[in-house]
Ligand binder design. Structure first.
Ligand SMILES: Nc1nc2c(ncn2[C@@H]2O[C@H](COP(=O)(O)OP(=O)(O)OP(=O)(O)O)[C@@H](O)[C@H]2O)c(=O)[nH]1
Ligand SMILES: [Mg+2]
Length: 419
């Protein structure tokens, strides 16, 4: 059959440029890109790195290297190449013409994985929107041709739906999706407001992809969020509640993982989802302690938080996976965090200590007060139960007595009754 590219795995050569800059070295960038490509369903048949002062503005690689790559693509019988950097349409077109093969990049692969993972309505809309915008800006003749044939990375929308490739239809679809997204965002902000009103502290789990955020969420809250040894297992944010032994209530939010070279556009596309991070009371930064690049990954996380406008949030850093034998010691204290801990989300090691630290941190933002609420002020009980952590209570002759931790706003409301 002529066009049966659908089921055939794409065979790709990975291409990177080593300019001596960036947080990671080029080899480990390509290791990660290989993992991404495999997750997207492609087979990696080779890699090529060029050392250059800078990326070539019109062809990405230098002339000689393109010749070499062309021979390599033919030799390995590759169906495309994936460049590790953001390419513009010109670079893609020139490379495709010179190599006579499909040219993709990191973003396209990440979007393809996102499309597979998107579960919620919001996730699907965000992904499809990001894909279409990407295609509008990047798809060249060959890319469009490939998409029409229906195979390979970058041709599937969320839910295995085929992506629109006709430019006129793309524009229509983009406005339709924008409308849907606005509605979803409204809904989300209503939910968020309800949560803020309830005053229950929100703890957002952030970190590099595959660090173990979802596993930690499951261990801590007893929920069953999908956790997998895959990049971007989580795409949609999930929130679960937890009541500690001392009676404190918290909301834990699991979020999409970060990765290096996450393009600004993509962060923008997921703004609504990632906004949750901005509204959290504290961030728990989960680090895969067994990853040899953990400190580089931590830098990526902090850079991404800055980009999200969440740089000044209080952070607790958690080195995870300490049950693994390949964890390189020592695990140094993260100076950017309020505290640094080591846990194993998988075995449960140090999880009680972790929760204590969370509790202690949240309490440190609150004040410990004793109040006596007269029976005539019974309406205040709802506020106390809803937004305070109660450590002791008793019914007295002249009212209800509580020892509690209250945030500033609640403390003001209870001020008259503080004893
Ligand atoms: N050995 C060990 N493995 C762990 C631990 N925590 C998580 N893992 C494994 O690490 C992999 C990734 O875990 P997830 O919880 O899916 O990671 P995540 O941070 O949610 O990843 P994304 O959603 O993809 O960003 C899974 O295979 C987990 O089983 C741990 O404490 N020890
Ligand atoms: Mg996850």
């Amino acid at each position: 059959m002529l066009y049966n590219t659908e089921k055939e795995a794409e065979r790709v050569v990975l291409v990177g440029i080593d300019t001596g800059e960036g947080i990671f070295d080029t080899e480990s960038c390509l290791d990660e890109l290989a993992e991404l490509a495999r997750t997207a369903g492609a087979e990696v048949v080779g890699r090529l790195i060029q050392k250059r002062e800078a990326i070539n503005k019109s062809t990405y690689l230098g002339k000689g290297k393109i010749e070499e790559l062309k021979a390599y693509v033919e030799f390995t019988d590759a169906t495309g190449i994936i460049c590790d950097d953001e390419l513009n349409q010109n670079q893609i077109r020139n490379l495709e013409n010179a190599l006579n093969t499909k040219v993709m990049n990191r973003t396209l692969v990440i979007l393809d994985i996102f499309a597979k993972r998107a579960g919620s309505a919001e996730g699907k809309v965000q992904v499809e929107l990001a894909q279409l915008k990407y295609n509008m800006a990047h798809l060249t003749g060959r890319g469009i041709e490939m998409s029409r044939l229906g195979g390979g990375i970058g041709t599937r929308g969320p839910g295995e739906k085929k992506l629109e490739t006709d430019r006129r239809n793309i524009a229509d679809r983009i406005s339709e999706l924008n409308r849907e997204l606005r509605e979803i965002e409204n809904h989300r902000s209503v939910l968020r407001e309800k949560r803020l009103e309830s005053n229950i502290p929100v703890i957002a789990l952030v970190g590099y992809t595959n660090a173990g955020k979802s596993t930690l969420m499951n261990t801590v809250t007893g929920s069953e969020v999908l956790a997998e040894n895959k990049l971007f297992a989580t795409l949609d944010t999930t929130t679960r509640s937890l009541e500690t032994q001392s009676g404190a209530k918290y909301l834990f939010t699991d979020t999409v993982g970060f990765i290096q070279k996450l393009p600004h556009n993509l962060i923008k596309a997921f703004r609504a989802t990632l906004e949750e991070v901005k509204y959290a009371d504290i961030l728990v930064h989960v680090v895969d302690a067994s990853n040899p690049k953990r400190s580089e990954q931590m830098n990526v996380v902090y850079n991404t938080l800055k980009e999200l406008g969440a740089a000044d949030k209080p952070v607790l850093t958690v080195y995870n996976k300490i049950d693994r034998e390949d964890v390189e010691l020592p695990l140094i204290k993260d100076e950017r965090a309020l505290a640094t801990m080591s846990v194993s989300a998988a075995t449960g090691k140090n999880i009680p200590e972790f929760l204590e630290k969370v509790e202690e941190t949240i309490r440190s933002f609150k004040k410990s007060v004793c109040v006596l609420i007269p029976y005539s002020e019974g309406r205040l009980l709802a506020i106390i139960h809803g937004s305070c952590e109660i450590t002791a209570s008793e019914t007295r002759e002249n009212g209800y007595y509580f020892e509690l931790y209250a945030d500033e706003e609640t403390e003001n409301r209870l001020r008259k009754f503080i004893i």
